[in-house]
Design a protein around this ligand. Sequence first.
Ligand code: HEC
Length: 462
Amino acid sequence: MNRSFHFMLALTAAFLGTRALAEVKPVSFSHDVLPVFQGSCAGCHQPGKLKSGLDLTTYEGVAKGGKKGESFKTGDPEHSFIIEQVSGDMPEMPNKGDPLTKAEIAVIARWIKEGAKNDSVAVVALPSGAMPGPAPLAQPPVYTVPPVITALAYSPDGQTLAVSGYYEVVLHRADCGGAVARLVGGAPRILSVAFSPDGKRLAAAGGAPAQYGNVQVWNVDERKLAGNWKTSTDTAFGVTFNPAGDQVAFGSPDKSARILNVADGKELLRLDQHTDWCLGALFTADGKRILSCGRDQAMKLSSIANGQFIDDINNPLEPIMCFARHPKEDIVASGGALGTPRVYKISDNQNRTAAKNDTNLVKELERQPASVHGIAWNAAGTQVAVASEGEARVYDVKTGSRVATLAGHEGGIFAIAFAPDGTRVATGGYDGMVRLFEIPSGKLKGAFVPVPLSTAAQTASK
Ligand code: HEC
């Protein structure tokens, strides 16, 4: 944040703070205090990353304090450790990022002075991170026009193609044989889908923009919603399974990458290293590390065991819109907002120098007609398919040469998937058609609108 802006903000806040003090209304922990901690402290003091043993995301955590003991003395802000930590010209905390404003500190101090009361609503017997998601629609949605397709995934056995719709994921026979199931949830947008490695579960992530993020886990055989969680106050991006299939990772506009336990939605890890929207997260082949990407141009590697940040694996060149891991190895293909797909080794970047600052780069591919919206590997790990605008392309990773051009789309292609046997690529996007192309010939082998269109509704809406 720019200094003068920060100063103005502090002034305004201080003014509001004094006004608030003049009013009789006591400070509320959940409305006034917790948001300050969530905004400036939760990155390092939360259940997944307990710096100094201190959790500042719940009243219980604040009250319990950290390694050095209690964080406040009820009624006595002057002798409260947490106030001491955030005050002064060079406050100890937060130990990274902007210091708290005077007004924010005043709010915490007044809350302590007024008795440090807990007015947070008890969360009903749910593990942390597992807020229930929106209730599924009672009826499948009715479409008058084909929905923009934002996500596609083949089941590991290659029989089924999962396609995003509005409020739902539609399972299609991969041979163009038609829809076999509609998995209707409660979130209007589904931005990514992924099958578990054993094909038994399907994760779908999305939400309602500027309202909530949603991660759903479906039991594929029974077509049942097995998990349904709200994640944050905005849509969730880029969901993937770990190799064991018991964890999912995703990114959020609140800049965090998170891991949820598939069985109960418990948040196992939250990473706050990005400085802009986090657009996806994936696991290394051993399931022990997580790689996240975002609009801040970074791909960040962290340990899952302790949440420790390891390194940016790439030189920041353009916002990373999407990425996908090699089917077996710790290699990632990424797609940039300026249109260049790149392939990187997923490892720390220690040998970098000023002259050689992208040491993990394995291959830079040809620049696409526009932003890269989707990227996918074939099962052999030899080719990547890239979605951009108008046409999708397939590349040989070793040589970097183009293997196939998949033409015929109108507008943006937002989703792309490689069939497990490597002979087909499915695409979807703005024009609402799923297209299946033969690889390497690039011939169109099938195209369909993935949802039923209501002619009745069409006439009625005219
Ligand atoms: C970037 C990470 C980071 C952020 C952000 C951060 N902290 Fe900390 N915090 C730490 C670390 C690391 C320690 C342990 C420091 C030490 O022991 O020297 C710590 C320790 C503390 C302690 C001492 C706990 C104890 O009992 O040992 C308090 C209190 C604290 N932080 C409050 C805050 C508050 C309040 C905020 C937000 C305004 C905040 N921290 C933001 C990393 C962070």
